[in-house]
Ligand binder design. Sequence first.
Ligand code: GLN
Ligand code: ZN
Length: 748
Amino acid sequence: MTTRIGTTVLGYPRIGPDRELKKAVEAYWAGRIDETTLQETAARLRTTTVDELRAAGLDTVPSNTFSFYDQMLDTTVLFGALPKRFTDLGLSPLDTYFAAARGVQEAPALEMTKWFDTNYHYLVPELGPDTCFALSGTKPLDEYREANSETRPVLVGPLTYLLLSKPTTEGFDPLRLLDQLLVAYTELFAQLHQAGVQWVQLDEPAFAGDRTDRELQLLSYAYRVLGGLTLRPKVLVAGYFGKLGKALGVLARSPIEALAVDLVTDPSEVDAVAAEGALRDKEVVAGVVDGRNIWRVDIDAALSKAATLLGTAGQVGVSTSCSLLHVPYDVEREDLGRVSEWLAFARQKVGEVVLIGRALREDVDLTQARAATKSRATAKDLVDDRVRARLRALRPEHTRRPPYAQRAAAQQKTLRLPALPSTTIGSFPQTAEVRKARAAHRAGKLGDDDYRAAMHAEIDKVVRLQEDLGLDVLVHGEPERNDMVQYFAEQLTGFAATEFGWVQSYGSRCVRPPILYGDVSRPAPMTVEWARYAQALTGKPVKGMLTGPATILAWSFVRDDQPLGETARQVALAIRDEVHDLESAGIRIIQVDEPALRELLPLRAAEHEAYFAWAVDSFRLATSGISDSTQIHTHMCYSEFGEVLPAIDALDADVTSIEATRSKMEVLADLSSAGFGRGVGPGVYDIHSPRVPTIDEVTGLLRTAIGAVPPERVWVNPDCGLKTRGYAEVEPALRNLVAAAHHVRAEL
Ligand code: GLN
Ligand code: ZN
């Protein structure tokens, strides 16, 4: 009988140490394997995970952390809430599930969006007045039974589920479905109880963000209902990705048995939890090992946090701050020299949790665990005095350019662009030959000269195509880039790259974030040769192409031994060096992409200002100190800009290209009301779809655009880069885009 949680983790990676699940799922989609084979692979991954966690010495182990695609979608299916457009397809349950995840011709997929402030994406439930929840699956039960030992099924909590869904009809509030949903949970709880389940875990990360009083009341209500059931397992509620605020008191006073708190994200949370008297009869599971970053735990700091709670809580358990879904499997497989010593991936983090649990109970030798923290804190190669001196010498004028009007006039004089200038966002389709050349070069099978020749040939082709299409501002096409962050990380000091460090981004898609471990600098130019080569091929301006500091941080694992803003400014200095070198090489337009500006936005509004301060400051540091006539562009995508609009304005870029096709240019009105008064290129071609937009469609969008913004400030461009598309679509689409620009230009 498991009476307490003890040491545990809130969740674990599921894609497989060698991305077995990704490969199997994709093989199934391609028709190369059948469902039985896919299910076998999945079952093997699940049992291996449970067995390994058990063997590592955790007191309790989670289950139902597996997913073929996403845990929110699993919940939607479990409670029978898939939209009819999928259930009417007449497919098998598994194919219906994948249809909802990926879409089929007759039924577009569920919308996908970011899971809080992580890089993971979930499928958004569509709920409306006719939604009828009914327990319709046995996944949690099946995975419990499949395991060789007692496990704790993990479920998305009812409030978080409803708060993350979107209404199918305007004005409908999904929270109205709470009672119905609780009935379905009740039935599930009874089933689990009957099967012998001791504990369930309900995840409520939505309460790490700002919530209304009504939402907090409903949280209280829901857990009074669930806690009041007689036929149920014990309940652990997990709140993570930040401090719980008012929800802490609400949950502490609910009739649940345990509460997992994140003591990593916000340092003040440990005091808030320690001060919460109502936890006296509960087990508090202290999330002291960072579930989202890859640094080894500071064992003394973690122990002291957990020990602080010993006086308050009925019992103290130990865990990760959130699910380990967000970190790679095993650092032992990497060859990163010294840096490896400082890292803990999922497997190592489990070991840390076990060790902290033991150290709370008995005397344990912590010398070895302390050594890593010490070695990192004293490592000389983390510190670059030159970088630090440069940062100290910075003055406000290093982040300021003269007024926009003055710059715009100087730029028009040298660039002589027509009204409604047309351009692209940077990348052109990454053909099989380009990928092959890059891979061969990386593997040492293609020499530097041959590689350069292959890239030059590609740039020749892309420049010729753009001239033929009649675009006004050209790009070199980014054939040399595997990824817009990794490309730079590989050339900057202070970064390490992993070989197996894959993390699920969505469905079968994984990313391998670089590790930013030390002071950052740029030993040599990173993009100048490619830009210079492209510019020499044409009389039209070629736009240089860089990634901004916030995006580089958002898509890396970042050092946690100094404030993010400090690290961002180091990255900004490196980009600034590149901007200056591009300018000296005769590049007159430079784009610094910040598609992830929104991604790092803290969950609580009170922290937004501090975030914007460093995010904006580092962008401006990267893009100032240049001639007025050098034009700075930036680019954003992934819609929903709402709270970041004032920051977009504050970046002070001369031109901002922004995703807008799907929202039908709505973002322009929002930008104007945020006071934005510089150049803007609302996307007029949705690059997420293989569809080729017609001239009429683009013309219509452009007319809307010049209705919202004075035409002399409007640019014409796609929503994002073209690297995932094929030439067969891109060529006609861009041809239509240019034709539409000419059309509307003639009407001015
Ligand atoms: N310049 C990049 C490209 O065109 C921008 C990518 C992005 O915004 N995600 O691919
Ligand atoms: Zn983009």
